[in-house]
Design a protein around this ligand. Sequence first.
Ligand SMILES: [Zn+2]
Length: 322
Amino acid sequence: MKYYIAVDIGATNTRIALGSERGIIDRVSYRTPRKGDEYTIAEKIYNVIMERYRNEIGSVEAIGIGTIGPLDVERGRVVNTPNLPIHSFELRRPLMEKLNKPVYVLNDAVAAVWGEKYFGHGRNYENLLYITISTGVGGGVIVNNHLLLGKMGNAHEVGHIVVEYDSDIPCGCGGYGHWEAYAGGGNIPRTSRILAEKHWRGGETEAYKTAIMGELTPPQLFKYYRSGDPFAKYVVEKIIKATIAGLASAINTYDPELVTIGGSIYLYNQDIFKKRIIEGIMDHLVTDPPLIETTPLGGDIVLYGALAVAINPPRELLEIQK
Ligand SMILES: [Zn+2]
Protein backbone atom coordinates (compact mmCIF):
# COMPACT_ATOMS: atom_id res chain seq x y z
CA MET A 1 0.00 0.00 0.00
CA LYS A 2 1.17 3.52 -0.83
CA TYR A 3 1.12 5.91 2.11
CA TYR A 4 1.32 9.68 2.30
CA ILE A 5 1.86 12.05 5.22
CA ALA A 6 -0.15 15.23 5.68
CA VAL A 7 0.84 18.09 8.01
CA ASP A 8 -1.37 21.02 9.08
CA ILE A 9 0.65 23.71 10.92
CA GLY A 10 -1.62 26.07 12.82
CA ALA A 11 -0.81 28.93 15.18
CA THR A 12 -1.95 26.79 18.14
CA ASN A 13 -1.74 23.13 17.08
CA THR A 14 0.10 21.10 14.50
CA ARG A 15 -1.64 17.99 13.19
CA ILE A 16 0.04 15.16 11.34
CA ALA A 17 -1.80 12.36 9.56
CA LEU A 18 -0.95 9.17 7.76
CA GLY A 19 -3.18 8.70 4.73
CA SER A 20 -3.75 6.96 1.46
CA GLU A 21 -5.62 7.84 -1.71
CA ARG A 22 -8.78 6.88 0.16
CA GLY A 23 -8.33 9.36 3.00
CA ILE A 24 -6.89 9.76 6.49
CA ILE A 25 -5.89 6.54 8.30
CA ASP A 26 -4.37 7.84 11.53
CA ARG A 27 -3.63 11.22 13.05
CA VAL A 28 -1.75 12.89 15.88
CA SER A 29 -1.88 16.45 17.23
CA TYR A 30 0.46 18.53 19.41
CA ARG A 31 1.08 22.17 20.37
CA THR A 32 3.05 24.02 17.71
CA PRO A 33 6.46 24.91 19.26
CA ARG A 34 6.61 28.53 20.37
CA LYS A 35 10.29 28.60 21.40
CA GLY A 36 13.33 27.70 19.37
CA ASP A 37 15.09 28.56 16.13
CA GLU A 38 14.10 28.34 12.48
CA TYR A 39 14.61 24.54 12.45
CA THR A 40 12.68 23.68 15.64
CA ILE A 41 9.29 23.29 13.94
CA ALA A 42 10.65 21.04 11.16
CA GLU A 43 12.61 18.94 13.69
CA LYS A 44 9.49 18.39 15.79
CA ILE A 45 7.54 17.31 12.68
CA TYR A 46 10.34 14.86 11.77
CA ASN A 47 10.48 13.42 15.30
CA VAL A 48 6.72 12.91 15.50
CA ILE A 49 6.64 11.23 12.06
CA MET A 50 9.50 8.88 12.99
CA GLU A 51 7.98 8.04 16.36
CA ARG A 52 4.45 7.38 15.21
CA TYR A 53 4.94 6.09 11.65
CA ARG A 54 8.25 4.24 11.94
CA ASN A 55 6.70 1.06 10.49
CA GLU A 56 5.03 2.81 7.57
CA ILE A 57 7.67 5.39 6.64
CA GLY A 58 9.32 3.04 4.10
CA SER A 59 6.05 3.00 2.11
CA VAL A 60 5.45 6.76 2.32
CA GLU A 61 5.57 8.34 -1.15
CA ALA A 62 5.48 12.05 -0.27
CA ILE A 63 4.71 14.60 2.44
CA GLY A 64 2.27 17.50 1.98
CA ILE A 65 2.22 20.50 4.32
CA GLY A 66 -0.42 23.21 4.72
CA THR A 67 0.86 25.98 6.97
CA ILE A 68 0.05 29.36 8.37
CA GLY A 69 1.67 31.99 6.19
CA PRO A 70 2.98 34.14 4.74
CA LEU A 71 5.14 31.82 2.72
CA ASP A 72 8.18 31.91 0.48
CA VAL A 73 6.78 29.13 -1.66
CA GLU A 74 9.92 28.62 -3.75
CA ARG A 75 11.97 27.84 -0.65
CA GLY A 76 9.09 26.18 1.20
CA ARG A 77 9.66 28.47 4.16
CA VAL A 78 7.40 30.56 6.40
CA VAL A 79 8.45 34.20 6.59
CA ASN A 80 7.43 36.80 9.17
CA THR A 81 4.24 35.15 10.36
CA PRO A 82 2.53 37.41 12.92
CA ASN A 83 0.83 34.38 14.51
CA LEU A 84 3.80 32.54 16.09
CA PRO A 85 6.71 33.69 18.29
CA ILE A 86 9.04 31.81 15.89
CA HIS A 87 8.26 34.23 13.07
CA SER A 88 10.27 32.62 10.25
CA PHE A 89 11.09 28.94 9.83
CA GLU A 90 12.33 26.38 7.34
CA LEU A 91 10.10 23.46 6.35
CA ARG A 92 10.78 21.93 2.98
CA ARG A 93 14.57 21.73 2.83
CA PRO A 94 15.29 20.14 6.26
CA LEU A 95 12.39 17.67 5.93
CA MET A 96 13.45 16.60 2.43
CA GLU A 97 17.01 16.10 3.65
CA LYS A 98 16.00 14.07 6.69
CA LEU A 99 13.22 11.99 5.13
CA ASN A 100 14.70 11.70 1.64
CA LYS A 101 11.22 12.01 0.09
CA PRO A 102 9.38 14.75 -1.82
CA VAL A 103 7.97 17.43 0.47
CA TYR A 104 5.44 20.00 -0.79
CA VAL A 105 4.56 23.16 1.16
CA LEU A 106 1.53 25.38 0.61
CA ASN A 107 -0.32 28.11 2.46
CA ASP A 108 -3.07 26.45 4.54
CA ALA A 109 -6.10 27.90 2.73
CA VAL A 110 -4.47 27.13 -0.63
CA ALA A 111 -3.90 23.52 0.41
CA ALA A 112 -7.52 23.48 1.61
CA VAL A 113 -8.99 24.25 -1.81
CA TRP A 114 -6.91 21.39 -3.26
CA GLY A 115 -8.38 19.16 -0.54
CA GLU A 116 -11.87 20.34 -1.45
CA LYS A 117 -11.23 19.39 -5.07
CA TYR A 118 -9.77 15.98 -4.27
CA PHE A 119 -11.76 14.83 -1.23
CA GLY A 120 -14.66 17.28 -0.85
CA HIS A 121 -17.40 18.97 -2.89
CA GLY A 122 -15.07 20.22 -5.63
CA ARG A 123 -14.47 17.02 -7.61
CA ASN A 124 -16.61 17.99 -10.59
CA TYR A 125 -15.71 21.67 -10.73
CA GLU A 126 -12.93 23.46 -12.64
CA ASN A 127 -13.56 26.83 -10.97
CA LEU A 128 -13.58 26.64 -7.23
CA LEU A 129 -13.16 29.09 -4.35
CA TYR A 130 -12.66 28.02 -0.75
CA ILE A 131 -13.13 30.61 2.00
CA THR A 132 -12.16 30.15 5.65
CA ILE A 133 -13.55 32.41 8.37
CA SER A 134 -11.59 31.51 11.47
CA THR A 135 -8.87 33.31 13.49
CA GLY A 136 -8.21 35.01 10.16
CA VAL A 137 -10.08 35.14 6.86
CA GLY A 138 -8.40 33.43 3.92
CA GLY A 139 -9.02 31.72 0.64
CA GLY A 140 -7.81 29.27 -1.94
CA VAL A 141 -8.69 29.48 -5.62
CA ILE A 142 -8.74 27.12 -8.59
CA VAL A 143 -9.45 28.82 -11.95
CA ASN A 144 -9.87 26.60 -15.05
CA ASN A 145 -8.27 23.78 -13.05
CA HIS A 146 -5.20 25.92 -12.24
CA LEU A 147 -4.32 26.39 -8.61
CA LEU A 148 -3.48 30.07 -8.11
CA LEU A 149 -0.20 30.59 -6.22
CA GLY A 150 1.21 34.08 -6.81
CA LYS A 151 4.84 35.18 -6.78
CA MET A 152 5.40 33.97 -3.21
CA GLY A 153 2.49 31.57 -2.79
CA ASN A 154 0.24 34.12 -1.14
CA ALA A 155 -2.24 34.78 -3.94
CA HIS A 156 -5.89 34.86 -2.90
CA GLU A 157 -5.32 36.71 0.40
CA VAL A 158 -8.99 37.61 0.23
CA GLY A 159 -9.14 38.45 3.94
CA HIS A 160 -7.41 41.72 3.16
CA ILE A 161 -10.00 42.87 0.64
CA VAL A 162 -10.97 46.41 1.70
CA VAL A 163 -14.64 46.23 2.60
CA GLU A 164 -14.84 49.77 4.09
CA TYR A 165 -12.45 52.30 2.60
CA ASP A 166 -12.78 55.06 5.22
CA SER A 167 -12.65 52.71 8.17
CA ASP A 168 -10.92 53.28 11.52
CA ILE A 169 -10.95 49.53 12.23
CA PRO A 170 -7.37 48.16 12.02
CA CYS A 171 -6.48 44.76 10.60
CA GLY A 172 -3.66 42.58 11.97
CA CYS A 173 -1.72 43.30 8.75
CA GLY A 174 -1.58 47.04 9.44
CA GLY A 175 -4.32 48.06 7.00
CA TYR A 176 -7.79 49.39 7.79
CA GLY A 177 -11.31 48.26 6.93
CA HIS A 178 -10.27 44.82 5.68
CA TRP A 179 -12.72 41.88 5.66
CA GLU A 180 -10.52 40.12 8.25
CA ALA A 181 -10.48 43.22 10.49
CA TYR A 182 -14.22 42.62 11.04
CA ALA A 183 -14.68 38.87 10.59
CA GLY A 184 -11.34 37.38 11.70
CA GLY A 185 -11.75 35.86 15.17
CA GLY A 186 -8.34 37.18 16.22
CA ASN A 187 -9.51 40.73 15.57
CA ILE A 188 -13.03 40.48 17.05
CA PRO A 189 -12.12 41.58 20.65
CA ARG A 190 -10.25 44.69 19.45
CA THR A 191 -12.76 45.55 16.73
CA SER A 192 -15.65 45.18 19.20
CA ARG A 193 -13.87 47.50 21.63
CA ILE A 194 -13.39 50.20 18.97
CA LEU A 195 -17.02 49.83 17.86
CA ALA A 196 -18.15 50.17 21.51
CA GLU A 197 -15.95 53.18 22.22
CA LYS A 198 -16.42 55.16 19.03
CA HIS A 199 -19.47 54.02 17.11
CA TRP A 200 -22.16 52.42 19.27
CA ARG A 201 -25.02 54.79 20.14
CA GLY A 202 -27.09 52.41 22.25
CA GLY A 203 -26.96 51.57 25.94
CA GLU A 204 -24.52 49.67 28.12
CA THR A 205 -25.52 46.07 27.43
CA GLU A 206 -23.66 43.03 28.81
CA ALA A 207 -21.85 42.50 25.50
CA TYR A 208 -20.97 46.21 25.40
CA LYS A 209 -19.42 46.07 28.89
CA THR A 210 -17.35 43.02 27.89
CA ALA A 211 -16.32 44.71 24.65
CA ILE A 212 -15.15 47.91 26.40
CA MET A 213 -12.70 45.75 28.38
CA GLY A 214 -11.43 44.26 25.12
CA GLU A 215 -12.69 40.83 26.16
CA LEU A 216 -15.52 40.10 23.74
CA THR A 217 -14.15 36.88 22.21
CA PRO A 218 -15.92 35.18 19.29
CA PRO A 219 -17.68 32.51 21.45
CA GLN A 220 -18.95 35.23 23.83
CA LEU A 221 -20.03 37.50 21.00
CA PHE A 222 -22.15 34.78 19.41
CA LYS A 223 -23.53 33.68 22.79
CA TYR A 224 -24.67 37.27 23.51
CA TYR A 225 -26.03 37.51 19.97
CA ARG A 226 -28.19 34.42 20.49
CA SER A 227 -29.51 35.83 23.78
CA GLY A 228 -30.66 38.99 21.93
CA ASP A 229 -28.07 41.48 23.20
CA PRO A 230 -28.40 44.64 21.00
CA PHE A 231 -24.69 45.49 20.99
CA ALA A 232 -23.77 41.89 20.01
CA LYS A 233 -26.34 42.15 17.21
CA TYR A 234 -24.73 45.38 16.04
CA VAL A 235 -21.26 43.78 15.92
CA VAL A 236 -22.49 40.59 14.21
CA GLU A 237 -24.32 42.73 11.64
CA LYS A 238 -20.98 44.42 10.83
CA ILE A 239 -19.35 40.99 10.43
CA ILE A 240 -22.14 39.80 8.12
CA LYS A 241 -21.95 42.96 5.98
CA ALA A 242 -18.14 42.75 5.77
CA THR A 243 -18.48 39.10 4.74
CA ILE A 244 -21.05 39.94 2.05
CA ALA A 245 -18.73 42.66 0.66
CA GLY A 246 -15.60 40.48 0.80
CA LEU A 247 -17.24 37.38 -0.62
CA ALA A 248 -18.95 39.27 -3.44
CA SER A 249 -15.60 40.90 -4.34
CA ALA A 250 -13.84 37.52 -4.36
CA ILE A 251 -16.59 36.01 -6.56
CA ASN A 252 -16.42 38.95 -8.97
CA THR A 253 -12.63 38.55 -9.16
CA TYR A 254 -12.37 34.78 -9.63
CA ASP A 255 -15.71 33.81 -11.23
CA PRO A 256 -16.08 30.43 -9.45
CA GLU A 257 -18.77 27.82 -10.15
CA LEU A 258 -18.63 26.62 -6.56
CA VAL A 259 -17.73 28.39 -3.32
CA THR A 260 -17.25 26.31 -0.19
CA ILE A 261 -16.92 27.97 3.20
CA GLY A 262 -15.29 26.66 6.37
CA GLY A 263 -13.41 27.91 9.41
CA SER A 264 -14.61 27.76 13.01
CA ILE A 265 -16.43 31.12 13.08
CA TYR A 266 -18.50 30.09 10.07
CA LEU A 267 -18.92 26.41 10.90
CA TYR A 268 -20.27 27.09 14.43
CA ASN A 269 -22.56 29.92 13.28
CA GLN A 270 -23.95 28.82 9.94
CA ASP A 271 -27.48 29.57 11.14
CA ILE A 272 -26.46 33.23 11.50
CA PHE A 273 -24.37 33.57 8.32
CA LYS A 274 -25.40 31.24 5.53
CA LYS A 275 -28.78 32.58 4.41
CA ARG A 276 -27.80 36.24 4.94
CA ILE A 277 -24.62 36.08 2.88
CA ILE A 278 -26.15 34.05 0.04
CA GLU A 279 -28.95 36.64 -0.25
CA GLY A 280 -26.66 39.61 0.42
CA ILE A 281 -24.09 38.97 -2.32
CA MET A 282 -26.74 38.94 -5.07
CA ASP A 283 -26.88 42.76 -5.17
CA HIS A 284 -23.14 42.94 -5.87
CA LEU A 285 -22.39 40.26 -8.46
CA VAL A 286 -21.32 40.96 -12.02
CA THR A 287 -21.12 37.25 -12.84
CA ASP A 288 -23.66 34.42 -12.55
CA PRO A 289 -23.98 33.45 -8.89
CA PRO A 290 -21.98 30.35 -7.92
CA LEU A 291 -23.25 27.49 -5.82
CA ILE A 292 -22.39 28.25 -2.17
CA GLU A 293 -21.91 25.31 0.21
CA THR A 294 -20.43 24.57 3.61
CA THR A 295 -17.31 22.42 3.18
CA PRO A 296 -18.05 18.76 4.02
CA LEU A 297 -14.45 18.44 5.30
CA GLY A 298 -15.12 20.71 8.30
CA GLY A 299 -12.15 21.40 10.58
CA ASP A 300 -10.06 18.76 8.76
CA ILE A 301 -9.96 20.54 5.41
CA VAL A 302 -6.32 21.69 5.66
CA LEU A 303 -5.22 18.18 6.66
CA TYR A 304 -7.13 16.71 3.70
CA GLY A 305 -5.63 19.44 1.54
CA ALA A 306 -2.09 18.56 2.62
CA LEU A 307 -2.85 14.89 1.91
CA ALA A 308 -4.22 15.74 -1.55
CA VAL A 309 -1.09 17.81 -2.29
CA ALA A 310 1.14 14.86 -1.31
CA ILE A 311 -0.85 12.41 -3.47
CA ASN A 312 -1.35 14.67 -6.47
CA PRO A 313 0.83 17.80 -6.28
CA PRO A 314 -0.61 20.65 -8.35
CA ARG A 315 1.50 21.15 -11.50
CA GLU A 316 1.84 24.85 -10.67
CA LEU A 317 3.59 23.82 -7.44
CA LEU A 318 5.79 21.18 -9.13
CA GLU A 319 7.18 23.92 -11.36
CA ILE A 320 8.62 25.76 -8.36
CA GLN A 321 9.11 23.02 -5.74
CA LYS A 322 11.01 20.55 -7.91
ZN1 LIG B 1 -5.52 43.10 6.48
